[in-house]
Design a protein around this ligand. Structure first.
Ligand code: COA
Length: 318
């Protein structure tokens, strides 16, 4: 079977920094409450950028030095696309000039990057692509209810990108992915209401709704299981893992996972204090920031979890 490796990463964050202090000026909350419950201190939110702009910049960095015509596949994991048609992925394709690529978006919320990576890696393994670009990109600030202090404090905007390439020596060691639609309503974002000549609806915008405690319980339960399953498939011992790059939702979730796995918390990368929860974008952003500390051959784990409910882990050799 063909091997796959990561050959490039990139990220792009909006310029505007919204601190907990500034949030506290228009919503009943405090830096202390947010930092204690989540670890988040600030997040980036768009002022004049959109999901496509962020994706294109992250993609350009991940594909630097690569002829865009060699990119066969572009997948964007997003639940906050700038528009539904054309997809963010097709807009990125156009701006990169990657005219040979098949391009589409997927909806798997905070697992979007992991799900997109599975599709991309399997496309490379079966020979239908040689280079595949996977982007996680979100502008959650437009789908957050800014009057709901239980959710608006958590989320941020941003994009990250990873370029996968076919190789002789395989570096993508295993995946574990799963979904549980039965728990879907614990974290939801409704689409437009039905509207046709027979059903007339008033337009009302919809926002992210969440049962925070239920999502927390789901995450701390499913993430260790997923990591163990992926490691077992990869036949890699947990002691061999140099870095765990988890979806950056909440510092307490990361600490609980480290404790459950009996792994030193220092092996878990964190940047959620700066960016908050950027959903599908958080893992490629974190990987891009973490990579300067990785050496060739290091084994790492990437794990996403969130809306759907969905989850997934990848064991990667750097
Ligand atoms: N500032 C101040 N107080 C707040 C607040 C805020 N931003 N948000 C909620 N509160 C209050 C509540 O009103 C409640 O007050 P009450 O006791 O007087 O009723 C109290 O704090 C506790 O609220 P609760 O929602 O039970 O808090 P919590 O300990 O569960 O923390 C989350 C809330 C959202 C931080 C936590 O549930 C969480 O992180 N869940 C996981 C969410 C997540 O990561 N989602 C994305 C996954 S991809």
């Amino acid at each position: 079977m063909r091997g796959v490796k990561i050959v490039g990463t990139g990220m792009c964050m909006p310029k505007y920094i919204l601190t907990n202090e500034e949030l506290s000026s228009f919503i009943d909350t405090s830096d202390e409450w947010i930092a204690q419950r989540t670890g988040i201190r600030q997040r980036r939110i768009v002022t004049d950028e959109n999901t496509i702009d962020l994706s294109v910049k992250a993609a350009k960095e991940a594909t630097e030095g690569i002829d865009p015509l060699e990119i066969d596949l572009i997948i964007v994991g997003t639940v906050s696309p700038h528009q539904v048609i054309p997809s963010v992925a097709c807009s990125v394709q156009a701006q990169l000039g990657a005219t040979n690529a098949m391009a589409f978006d997927i909806s798997a919320a905070c697992s979007g990057f992991i799900y997109g990576s599975k599709i991309a890696v399997e496309a490379i393994r079966c020979g239908s692509a040689k280079k595949a670009l996977v982007i996680g990109a979100e502008v959650l600030s437009k789908v957050v209810d800014w009057s709901d202090r239980g959710t608006c404090i958590l989320f941020g905007d941003g994009a990250g990108a990873v370029l996968y390439e076919q190789t002789d020596v395989n570096k993508i060691l295993a995946f574990d992915v799963g979904s549980n639609g039965m728990l879907g309503q614990t974290l939801s974002l409704e689409n437009q209401a039905q509207n046709n000549p027979l059903i007339k609806n008033e337009y009302s915008p919809s926002f992210i709704k969440m049962d925070g405690r239920a999502v927390y319980r789901f995450a701390v339960n499913v993430v260790p299981i997923s990591i163990k399953k992926a490691l077992e498939k990869a036949q890699v011992n947990i002691d061999e893992i140099k870095l765990f790059v988890l979806h950056q939702a909440n510092e307490r979730i990361i600490s609980s996972v480290a404790k459950n796995l009996n792994v030193d918390l220092n092996l878990f990368f964190k940047n959620l204090d700066k960016y908050g929860n950027t959903s599908g974008a958080s893992i490629p952003i974190a990987l891009h920031e973490a990579k300067s500390n990785l050496k060739n051959g290091d084994k790492i784990v990437l794990t996403g979890f969130g809306g759907g409910l969905t989850w997934g882990s990848i064991v990667v050799q750097w």
